[in-house]
Design a protein around this ligand. Structure first.
Ligand code: SAM
Length: 275
């Protein structure tokens, strides 16, 4: 097979990669779902022609969206993941033995099924007995659950369709209420090259609600521009004052204590988005 998958990363820029096999394609009630085998990235989950996760670089995203927050909170017992149907975020969450319960709220059950079948290395954590899988809209779910979680992780698609509300102030307010009194949350907040307005707005809105707001970075080559932001809102604990050891049992390939600290060192053009 000699064909190419192309993601239009912005309306004027594309990433193409050679596909060796189309493993799966379907139209779910929410989106077009595909799993390809590609030469540069291995197996790749694609929603509405946008790359969600790939075998080659998924560890960077999943480790960084999880361990920065879980290593900042002194005792995270209950964790909520919104989106993240591929299971990679949950896989990293359940590496923390102190987590007693992890809920995954994914709007599209077909994403979970496809990940179980075609991406077993990523979805492996979904079978952990502490994990509860809820197929529902994360926006209404947080509205209904108050004062419950030490950490909430928003592992969403880009702010289009069902995910639009996951980037809005009303949602961040409900996230704050769903957290315990010393809880914190992390959301993926897109590219500092191509989504500056979104990052600036999200940071400002989070800072209006949470006493502590921090932006941090990681490198994810399959995402537009490579450099990616995460926004953390915290009621009490500061990720810059981390005092927990990074356990070898986390078995990470990107995250370490040094990377945790370095991720908050922002180049001036990124720091400017927080002013
Ligand atoms: N790592 C990916 C990225 O940054 O592109 C995100 C991966 S994960 C597959 C994103 C998931 O969010 C999708 O499966 C999508 O169905 C889910 N999602 C979108 N809007 C949602 C909502 N309102 N509630 C729950 N899940 C949602």
């Amino acid at each position: 097979m000699n064909s190419w998958f192309t993601e239009l990363q912005t309306k004027d820029m594309a990433l193409s990669c050679r596909v060796t096999e189309i493993l799966h394609r379907e139209k779910t009630p929410y989106q077009e779902l595909a799993v390809y085998n590609t030469v540069p990235f291995g197996r790749m989950l694609v929603l509405d022609d946008i790359i969600q996760t790939t075998m080659v670089d998924e560890f960077v995203y999943h480790e960084m969206i999880v361990h920065v927050g879980l290593n900042t909170h002194p005792a995270p017992r209950r964790v909520l993941v919104i989106g993240g149907g591929d299971g990679g975020t949950i896989r990293e969450v359940v590496k923390h033995q102190e987590v007693e319960r992890a809920a995954l709220v994914e709007i599209d059950g077909r994403v979970i099924e496809a990940a179980r079948k075609f991406l077993p290395e990523i979805s492996s954590g979904l079978t952990d007995p502490r994990v509860e899988i809820i197929v529902d809209d994360g926006i209404s779910y947080v509205e209904k659950n108050k004062n419950t979680y030490e950490m909430i992780i928003i592992d969403s698609t880009d702010p289009i369709g069902a995910a639009t509300g996951l980037f809005e102030a009303a949602f961040y307010r409900n996230v704050a209420e769903a957290l315990t009194e010393d809880g914190l949350f992390v959301a993926q907040t897109e590219s500092p090259f191509f989504n500056r307005d979104l990052i600036r707005r999200a940071y400002r809105e989070v800072a209006e609600i949470f006493p502590l707001t921090r932006l941090y970075l990681a490198n994810i080559p399959s995402y537009p521009g490579g450099l990616w932001t995460f926004t953390l809102g915290s009621k009490r604990h500061d990720p810059l004052k981390i005092n927990k050891p990074v356990l070898a049992s986390l078995n990470t390939k990107y995250y370490s204590l040094e990377v945790h600290k370095a991720a908050f060192t922002l180049p001036p053009f990124v720091a400017a988005l927080t002013k």
